[in-house]
Design a protein around this ligand. Structure first.
Ligand code: SF4
Ligand code: SF4
Length: 222
């Protein structure tokens, strides 16, 4: 009952007996239960018409397992935050290590000559999702979430997400020219609409990848 789907995907799953309909109140109660159970809550990485919200544990969720094994491929979009550990305050209790669903936290020697056995927590920023579970688990308030240096842009909707992923991977030209469906006027308009709403640095990347004088001219006028 804890994997949530919305919109037409939900209708289809319900129709075929793979899901059941819940009202808003039950949905909110389930989200609260997931929060209290220390599950990682993440939705589809879009700002409008989210199609799913996952409430995941680290042991059997395929997305979490993928993040642990293939973090370099960014199987999951992270939040814009990273935990910061105050090592002077860390007791090395290991609670943050035990709760982290992707094994981003570990204990290392504190290199303290007065206490050779003392350990402190350390973070693998490549794997961390920025979910904040470790912050809640730390009994000494040693961890706080801080903004990542590089901001993660949340796409507006699914089209925005696909375009953004293509730009980040240097494949925008393939997305357009390998997909005949995008030759329709409306699809191209949606695609350009997404590009016009991107921050200037991403617009520049998109323009370079497409090598389109038409797009370049419009962007220069904006
Ligand atoms: S925020 Fe904490 S619990 Fe969440 S992934 Fe990062 S280290 Fe693990
Ligand atoms: S839970 Fe807090 S005190 Fe315990 S190891 Fe992690 S950061 Fe240190």
């Amino acid at each position: 009952d804890i994997c949530m789907t919305f919109n037409s995907s939900a209708e289809s799953l319900i129709k075929h007996g793979f899901a059941r309909l819940v009202d808003k109140k039950e949905g909110m109660d389930l989200l609260q239960l997931a929060y209290e159970s220390n599950l990682v809550q993440f939705g589809e990485n879009v700002r409008e018409r989210v199609n799913f919200i996952c409430n995941c544990c680290g042991c059997c969720c395929e997305a979490m397992i993928a993040q642990r094994r293939f973090s370099a491929l960014n199987p999951i979009h992270t939040t814009n935050f990273l935990p910061e550990i105050d090592v002077n305050n860390c007791t090395g209790c290991g609670k943050c290590v035990n709760i982290c669903p992707v094994e981003a936290m570990s204990l290392i020697s504190a290199n303290d000559p007065k206490k050779p056995n003392r350990k402190i927590a350390t973070l693998n920023t490549d794997i961390c999702l920025g979910c904040g579970l470790c912050v809640r688990a730390c009994p000494t308030n040693t961890i706080e979430l801080v903004q990542r240096d590089k901001r993660v842009i949340t796409p507006l909707n699914s089209v925005h997400r696909v375009v953004l992923m293509a730009i980040e991977r240097g494949k925008l030209q393939n997305l357009i020219f390998d997909n005949q469906v995008l030759f329709s006027h409306r699809a191209l308009a949606a695609l350009f609409g997404v590009i016009f709403k991107l921050p200037p640095a991403k617009q520049l990347l998109a323009s370079k990848q497409l090598r389109s004088r038409y797009l370049e001219k419009i962007l220069n006028r904006m």
